[in-house]
Design a protein around this ligand. Structure first.
Ligand SMILES: C[S@@+](CC[C@H](N)C(=O)[O-])C[C@H]1O[C@@H](n2cnc3c(N)ncnc32)[C@H](O)[C@@H]1O
Length: 213
């Protein structure tokens, strides 16, 4: 699945003048941190160059997986037409773009993202290119979701692996409480990612959810 053209153009222009050796070095570091599922109290994308490395090396595949997951939801629930999105760990707006493409009637999106460097890039990519009212919130999704309104579609894509396992049950519980209709969780296709999906799935079924896709 290709990136939407305006997103592709926005990414290309952000990467235009970035020196290749620095980008490669940042991509290597980012990849090592992700592969190790390192949770050392630092965000993987705390710095501008790490965000650029994500755009260059991870966003195309991440977008494809997130867009395919959204597609699975549209197939399973053809009548579902979300007007509002709440996305946590929004990154550069991957889910925002996938949702806006799948459901053009989407009206508003709240995007919670802990990293200032990532928020800045996500905001600049979406500005003027996506016709959705967006509210980017600086915060830690494990403690800062209080006061948010429920949304038709709530999502966490490639985020749970960055959160300490002990915080996950409470986070899943909060996300479910904020879900007016559907909750979408996407994790890497690794044994650990699959395990997190199974645990979240059991917790959600216990809380009264049913699995759509
Ligand atoms: C791998 S990226 C995924 C970004 C996006 N969801 C995607 O699918 O491309 C994970 C994002 O979650 C953010 N993040 C990690 N822990 C977080 C937390 N506790 N609260 C909010 N954002 C968090 C990171 O800064 C990063 O931007």
């Amino acid at each position: 699945m290709e990136l939407p053209a305006p997103l592709r153009q926005g990414v290309d222009s952000l990467l235009e003048k970035v020196p290749l050796p620095a980008l490669k070095q940042a991509a290597k570091k980012l990849s090592e941190r992700y592969r190790a599922e390192l949770r050392d109290g630092r965000l993987h994308m705390a710095e501008d160059m790490a965000v650029k490395a994500y755009l260059a090396t991870r966003l195309p595949a991440t977008y494809a997986a997130v867009r395919a997951s959204v597609g699975a939801l549209t197939d399973a629930c053809p009548d579902f037409q979300p007007k509002s999105l709440l996305d946590i760990g929004a990154g550069p707006g991957t889910m925002l773009w996938a949702t806006a493409e799948a459901w053009p009637e989407l009206e508003q999106a709240v995007l919670v993202e802990a990293s200032a460097a990532v928020r800045k890039v996500g905001q600049s990519l979406a500005a003027g290119a996506i016709a959705v009212r967006t509210n980017w919130i600086a915060g830690d999704a494990t403690i800062d979701l209080v006061g948010l309104e429920p949304a038709d579609l709530v999502s966490a894509t490639y985020v749970l692996d960055e959160i300490v396992p002990a915080s996950l049950p409470k986070l899943i519980d909060r996300l479910w409480r904020l879900t007016a209709d559907s909750l979408l969780i996407v994790e890497p296709g690794t044994p650990a990612g699959w395990q997190r999906i199974l645990v979240a799935r059991s917790q959600l079924i216990e809380a009264g959810a049913h699995v759509s896709a």
